[in-house]
Design a protein around this ligand. Structure first.
Ligand code: PRX
Length: 649
């Protein structure tokens, strides 16, 4: 452990004085949440949400056998009504969303009443194109207000949204549209990030060449670029909402009706459509938002994520809006037009709570303190981190330089599948340690196990499982419940396996050490090594590929690919560049390999299994720690791989 990680940061007394919960309060609530989940979550469900029909049952869950997870199952409610309608009477003129454009001269405020009206109009526009409860609608949008409008409009009429991050390629978009059988797509002419245009509509057109069932494409005008519109299929978003009524009663949804699908990478195969349902998810997003960010009425809250990821779903849109908060949506990037941009936006809009990813902190840290120090940041009260382990040095810089030593940091560990925060400090209650996500949120029961499933007690390293259900948990993989069970509940039967390694220290604090499966985390973006491998082998000159992650100073992990070419192909620098470009077009820029090593052979066991452990060590430049290679079919391949390794200290 580095010195930085052993420092303790108790919640500042000024913070505790006003906080929602202190240490004793956390303990009391945590104990109540696990000793009597029905009573605890029943009370929270009633307090946090408005119901069309009250629930009488609370928890009905099993991690065994067929794995069935139901919360509040006989209740009815509507997510959009909880995010909008109930606030309109009391805070109709309050800003719901502050939109800050990529261009620093562009921003706007949208009130709860305005957002409500826009959502009703677009909901009616969707209905006019035949969208009904249960239908899937794919959103491929930049970070503009219309993204939140489209999400809420789907929720209002009971359609299930599936957001595809705007940085994904046409091919990735196509796969996600086909997997969930969407017939409607919402996109924009172009996106804008860091001063550059992103051709969303052109990408969508390419994707749709292979999606004959998509019958409607709404196109939002963001830049006004001249994009071709296919007659009968493509319609202007602006024209359709202008023609639609603001009267759209919310659909009464069952607590367990689907709210959204979000595709995420796993260790094998194509991305999975993780399915979240209505009531439990919203209880979780709302409650974690309020407690973890200690949100106070009228505060300005900013999460820098993109709505294409789960963080954007839970902590830009659903949690904040269900809480009646003012949420800032940022279209741009941290370093445009300058590396002070984040802090300038904080000052411009008086942001109190700021939530970002370690990769952004590390990148900004590299530019030194001056770009931060030239801004005021006095409005900041709390800082958050999410997406990957934060190294203690970056934590301290975030705390001392960005937060002027004043603001507690909440390092929130969670996953697409968990719906919201799972292990995280509550800022008025928990003493923090740089690099530790600290302690479980209410209802979360972590357990560390060894490779054989033996439960490990006390201070130890292990594989992180959660032993009982919490309301925000994903219910299934869309149309593939078997894969859901296999992925999460079969490694350690009866437990949810997170895929993460973790250390618990002598104080019972949890330190996430990173994925223990074949998932890599590149700049907080989750990537399956299998996805990158299948993109590589889809290239005509590639015979075989193996992809691993390696430690990367800025990105957390980088992508290292070992490629075996077809007989007769020449390994040239030009081909290396071609393969990098190929992967980018197959998946998207986030999958760009950092290194490609030509591998005449890959280290395999006699049964033909690639020994990734060895490949990871070579990629990390730790070739002196290869361990036992005697079980390899041909140990000589290792010598060649070590000699020609790309990532040298
Ligand atoms: O490895 C963990 C890492 O991100 C994974 C989940 O990725 P995704 O589903 O894309 O969700 C990201 C946003 C919640 C986890 O399995 N991870 C996420 N947050 C942290 C983290 N690792 C360490 N510390 C965190 N705070």
């Amino acid at each position: 452990m580095t010195d930085a990680a052993s420092q303790l940061f108790p919640p500042p007394p000024e913070f505790v004085a006003k906080a929602r919960l202190d240490a004793a309060g956390y303990k009391r609530m945590y104990e109540a949440s696990v000793s009597d989940p029905d009573a605890f979550w029943g009370e929270q469900g009633k307090a946090l949400l408005d119901w069309i029909r009250p629930f009488t049952k609370v928890k009905n869950t099993s991690f065994k056998g067929d794995v069935a997870i139901k919360w509040y199952e006989d209740g009815q409610l509507n997510v959009a009504a909880n995010c909008l309608d109930r606030h309109v009477a009391t805070r109709g003129n309050q800003t719901a969303i502050i939109w800050e454009g990529d261009d620093p001269t562009q921003s706007k405020h949208v009130t709860y009443r305005e957002l409500f009206e826009q959502v009703c109009r677009f909901a009616n526009a969707l209905k006019a194109r035949g969208v009904k409860k249960g239908d899937r609608v794919t959103l491929y949008l930049p970070m503009i207000v219309e993204a939140a409008v489209a999400m809420l409009a789907c929720a209002r009429i009971g359609a299930v949204h599936s957001i595809v991050f705007g940085g994904f390629s046409p091919d990735s978009l196509k796969d996600r549209i086909l997997d969930c059988d969407s017939t409607v797509l919402v996109t924009a002419d172009e996106g804008v990030r860091g001063g550059k245009a992103i051709p969303l509509k052109a990408n969508a057109d390419k994707a749709l060449e292979s999606c004959p069932d998509v019958s409607t494409v709404f196109v939002v005008k963001r830049t006004g670029a001249n994009v071709p519109m296919k007659a009968g299929r493509d319609i202007s978003y602006e024209d359709s909402v202008a023609a639609a009524s603001t009267d759209c009663p919310p659909e009464a949804m069952g607590a367990e009706d689907p709210l959204f699908i979000l595709y995420t990478s796993g260790s094998t195969g194509k991305p999975k459509g993780v399915l979240h349902t209505t009531a439990g998810y919203l209880v979780w997003a709302t409650m974690t938002f309020q407690y973890v960010f200690d949100y106070r009425d009228k505060e300005i809250y900013w999460c820098t994520a993109d709505v294409g990821w789960v963080t954007g779903h839970s902590y830009i849109v659903y949690g904040p809006l269900a809480s009646g908060a003012t949420t800032l949506m940022f279209e741009g990037v941290p370093n445009y037009p300058s590396v002070s941009r984040f802090w300038e936006v904080v000052d411009k809009h008086n942001v109190s709570i700021f939530y970002t990813a370690p990769t952004a902190i590390r990148a900004l840290m590299r530019d030194g303190d001056a770009p931060v120090k030239k801004t005021s940041r006095k409005s900041l009260r709390l800082l958050g981190s999410v997406g990957e382990p934060i190294n203690p040095e970056a934590w301290l810089w975030y705390h001392n330089v960005v937060g002027d030593g004043r603001c507690p940091i909440v390092d929130t560990w969670w996953q697409t599948e968990t719906g919201g925060h799972m292990i995280t400090p509550l800022p008025g209650a928990i003493t923090t340690k740089p690099g530790s996500a600290t302690v479980p949120f209410f209802g979360v029961q972590p357990q560390l196990v060894d490779a054989d499933g033996k439960v490990l007690d006390g201070a130890t390293d292990g594989n992180l499982c959660i032993i009982d259900s919490w309301p925000g948990q994903a219910r299934t993989v869309f149309r593939d419940h078997k894969r859901f069970i296999e992925t999460y509940f079969s490694t350690y039967p009866g437990k949810y396996f997170t895929g993460d390694g973790c250390r618990r220290d002598e104080d019972g604090y949890y330190w996430i050490t990173g994925r223990v499966d074949d998932v890599i985390n590149v700049s907080g973006h989750r990537m399956g090594t299998a996805e990158v491998e299948s993109a590589l082998v889809a290239h005509a000159k590639v015979a075989e590929a193996a992809v691993v992650g390696f430690p990367h100073d800025l990105k957390g992990q980088g992508i290292y690919a070992y490629v075996t070419l077809n007989a007769g192909e020449q390994p040239t620098d030009a081909l290396r560049k071609e393969l990098v470009a190929w992967v980018r077009t197959q998946i998207g820029p986030i999958a760009t390999p950092d290194h490609i090593q030509w591998a005449p052979g890959l280290p395999k066991t006699r049964s033909g299994k690639i020994m990734r452990r060895i490949l990871r060590k070579i990629a990390a430049d730790e070739h002196d720690q290869l361990g036992d290679v005697s079980t390899l079919a041909d140990p000589a391949v290792v010598t060649d791989l070590v000699e020609n390794r790309q990532n040298r200290a």
